[in-house]
Design a binder for this molecule. Structure first.
Ligand SMILES: Cc1cc2nc3c(=O)[nH]c(=O)nc-3n(C[C@H](O)[C@H](O)[C@H](O)COP(=O)(O)OP(=O)(O)OC[C@H]3O[C@@H](n4cnc5c(N)ncnc54)[C@H](O)[C@@H]3O)c2cc1C
Length: 217
């Protein structure tokens, strides 16, 4: 069983790094093969563009969607996209570990989706949502926040609830390409939590990952 982890934090001593390590340990202890895509450390390119293709369709006018469709048959993508697509293709459970930035995933995670989950690989015009090309795989969002649940609830009339905040990624990306979405794990405000509360969050996260891994078998 394969579990790629798409990980987005610069700092190896961060709470996100601790969560990523907890997930890797829990999955490996359960016999899974884990591959971490450490997006910042690897300098993953977040902005989609013409340089993402090793062969172009020949069209004078550049269209990202048009080039995706052309590249799908020939895998005419640059190596970082091909590597990520190979990991996704082999995945049973795909984890995303990131801090909430501006009530959304950081740009580097969004860029990962833009560049990796391409037309012809993850979906087609006919193969979307319940029938997406990545049907059968599971995806899980593992998120940290700066705000406490109370602060987020107080602002939710303006920003949306946490469920609504995550929906563009969980529904608009993961479900769009056919994945089954696991309940997310949200570590609220680790920066203002006590050491004991942070330790409890990591233990709860390990149990959350173990349960998802069991469901995915
Ligand atoms: C551009 C930007 C936009 C943002 N937008 C939002 C937003 O819209 N909404 C919102 O709520 N927040 C927002 N934030 C805040 C951000 O979400 C939080 O700062 C982030 O989620 C905290 O996670 P971290 O991994 O960086 O925590 P860290 O600050 O790295 O860690 C928190 C604490 O955990 C400790 N720790 C690390 N490892 C361990 C371990 N193994 N065991 C126990 N403790 C450990 C650290 O030492 C630290 O004390 C934003 C931040 C930025 C930069």
């Amino acid at each position: 069983m394969n579990a790629p982890v798409v990980y987005a934090h610069h700092e190896s001593r961060s709470f996100n790094a601790a969560m990523k390590d907890v997930a890797v340990r829990a999955l490996e202890a359960a016999g899974w093969t884990v591959r971490v895509s450490d997006l910042y450390a690897e300098g993953f390119k977040a902005n989609a563009g013409p340089e993402d293709y090793t062969r172009r369709s020949g069209s004078e006018r550049f269209g990202y969607l048009h080039e995706m469709k052309h590249a799908a048959a020939t895998r005419a993508y640059v190596p970082d996209i091909l590597r990520e697509q190979d990991r996704v293709a082999a995945a049973d459970l795909l984890l995303f570990q990131f801090p909430l930035w501006w009530y959304a995933a950081p740009a580097i995670v969004k860029g990962w989706a833009d560049r990796v989950l391409t037309d012809g690989f993850a979906y087609t015009d006919e193969r979307l949502f319940a029938n997406g090309l990545l049907k059968g795989k599971r995806g899980m969002l593992c998120v940290t926040t700066g705000a406490t649940p109370e602060e987020l609830a107080a602002d939710s009339d303006v920003t949306g609830t946490m469920d609504e905040i995550l929906r563009p990624f969980s529904g608009g990306v993961l479900q769009y390409v056919g994945m089954t979405v696991e309940p997310p794990f949200i570590a609220y405000a680790p920066g203002s939590a006590s050491p004991a509360a942070r330790s409890d969050m990591l233990k709860a996260f390990a149990r959350h990952v173990e349960a998802a891994a069991t469901r995915a078998r």
